[in-house]
Design a protein around this ligand. Structure first.
Ligand SMILES: [Zn+2]
Length: 544
């Protein structure tokens, strides 16, 4: 029994699942000045507000280690799709995609097209050149969630090598490393690469190791969208681990999936590679989202050679019949069938196209799937997104169950009623965490405390966040209260923009952001990862 005189908020008598993976217990949780001040049976506390949480689960707010909200948070800072599912912290700058740095000699239009997957509201102006300036813009937007960023490899390479398909020279590599060091010094938590996204995809291993060493010097994390999640999965995972070991940097394998029916079952072998690297001493983790489809730019289906020079060059090439013939040939035997690839977003909503599969469009137009894809890219200036399947439940469960795996949505902060709500986005932006906790726990799944830890404390640790992700005194008051009997993801591939049921209360830095509905509060902090400093800004302590 703790005696506490005052508190701003008390969540009384809930089932506290504290984010450490330890067993749940019934306790009161008291919050004052944005922090958790007590987790105990409280007597005689005078609180500004008491919420009866009896029978409900009280857990840390979800730490989404893998998002692409870099631009959507500027357009939709209320972050409806995130907070309504209980997310209180998002990590942006994943998959090599990012919006900084943009030094004056960068082809900014080509960069904006290359990271078009992030770009869901053309009204958002890019007024920044450095990470510091970007973070100022983000702070001014007042997001509802806390935000931590990685530096993306795509803008780094666009700023130094441009869109040429070749290895960087030693001088270019040094410049890239310098820009990365600037970003890390400004507060980024690490680096991400996307080995399928030009121009990052043109990097050789010497470049990746050099960048990894800079990450290691700043005690950051290096997150990998690996080169191939289909036929080349094991080699691609091995590359990330090899670079991590050579550079000595913390390593994260992003959204580990197995793509293509012929590769199903490979999750075990990929996890064994990760586990062996961990045994050898590499600080390595994995993240995953609980769905059997992914989503990215449609142009990712185009071969790397066809994308050399950026989106403009790709579109010019697609007008050449010989190029089209070669691409058609290369796409024969693609691991994901045309009936498993759906158009999810266009610059202008066309109900005939958005939501249709490439196979549907091919049948309607009397064309091959490859020609449909190339014509869509041409018609919409390459600004087309897809949702692509080809995965299986057994692999997903294998990855989820692994002790090194945490959960990351790979989604966006979206507002279904704003510009970011266009198209038919992947439902993971709305449902990842309720889906995980409702559908992948209990019998045949994870124990609830372990599942919560993968969404909170364990995820926070991957980023060096030591003051978030756990319900304990001294931690930031990022909290979720949900009703386990009602919790349900309601976002589907056909109706993706539905909020989940059962999330009762969401608290960010001590302020209530969701109480059944969004309250309008936007108390999120921009979290700074500060190297060699005990306590960073906004309560991010970097472990030494
Ligand atoms: Zn990715």
């Amino acid at each position: 029994m703790t005696t506490l005189t005052t508190a701003d908020l008390v969540l009384a008598g809930g089932r506290v699942v504290d984010g450490t993976g330890g067993p749940e217990r019934v306790a009161d949780v008291a919050v004052a000045d944005g922090r958790i001040v007590a987790v105990d049976a409280l007597a005689d506390v005078s609180a500004a507000r008491v919420v009866d949480a009896a029978g409900l689960v009280v857990c840390p707010g979800f730490v989404d280690v893998h998002t692409h909200s870099d631009l959507t948070l500027l357009s939709s800072p209320a972050a409806h799709s995130a907070v309504r599912q209980g997310v209180t912290t998002q990590v942006i700058g994943n998959c090599g995609l990012g919006t900084v740095p943009v030094p004056p000699d960068t082809d900014a239009a080509a960069l904006r097209a290359a990271v078009g997957f992030l770009d869901r509201d053309p009204a958002v102006e890019w007024r920044w050149r450095s990470l510091l300036e970007y973070l100022e813009t983000l702070r001014a937007a007042q997001p509802a969630v806390n935000v931590m960023t990685l530096v993306g490899h795509v803008p780094l390479r666009a700023a130094t090598v441009g869109f040429a398909r070749r290895a960087a020279t030693a001088a270019e590599r040094d410049r890239m490393c310098g820009l990365l060091a600037d970003g890390l010094a400004a507060g980024a938590a690490g680096l991400s690469t996307g080995m399928v996204y030009p121009p990052a995809s043109y990097a050789d291993e010497a470049e990746l190791v050099a960048l990894g060493r800079v990450v290691a010097e700043h005690d950051g994390v290096f997150a990998w969208h690996v080169r191939d999640y289909a036929d080349g999965l094991l080699d691609s995972v091995a590359q990330a681990l090899r670079v991590g070991e050579q550079a000595g940097c913390r390593t994260q394998i992003s959204h580990l999936v197995v793509v293509g029916r012929r590769n199903w079952g490979a999750a075990r072998a990929a996890l064994d590679l990760v586990g062996a690297a961990c045994e050898r001493g590499l600080d390595v983790g994995v993240d995953v989202y609980p769905y059997l489809a992914g989503s990215t730019s449609l142009f990712q289906l185009m071969p790397g050679w066809a994308q050399e020079g950026g989106a403009g060059a790709l579109l010019r090439r697609l007008g050449d019949p010989a190029v089209r013939e070669r691409i058609r040939d290369e796409l024969v035997g693609h691991p994901v069938g045309w009936d498993e690839i759906r158009v999810s977003r266009l610059p202008a909503d066309d109900p005939q196209v958005v939501g249709a599969t490439v196979a549907d469009l091919a049948a309607a137009r009397g064309q091959s799937g490859a020609d449909v894809v190339m014509d869509l890219l041409l018609a919409y200036d390459a600004a087309v997104d897809m949702v692509a399947g080809g995965r299986c439940e057994d692999d997903l469960r294998e990855v989820l169950a692994h002790p090194l795996t945490v959960v990351g949505s790979d989604g966006f902060a979206l507002d279904p009623h704003g510009p970011t709500g266009s198209g038919m986005p992947h439902p993971r932006s709305y449902g990842t965490f309720p889906r995980l906790l409702a559908d992948y726990t209990g019998e045949g799944g994870l124990p609830l405390p372990a599942a919560v830890a993968k969404c909170t404390g364990q995820a926070a640790r991957r980023l060096g966040l030591t003051e978030r992700g756990v319900v304990a005194p001294g931690y930031a008051a990022d909290l979720v209260v949900f009703d386990p009997a009602v919790l349900r993801d309601r976002a589907t591939f056909d109706a993706p923009q539905n909020y989940p049921d059962g999330v009762r209360l969401v608290v960010v830095n001590g302020e209530v952001v969701v109480e059944d509905d969004h309250t309008g509060a936007r108390p999120g902090a921009v979290l700074i990862h500060r190297d060699r400093q005990e306590i960073g800004e906004q309560g991010c302590r970097v472990p030494r």
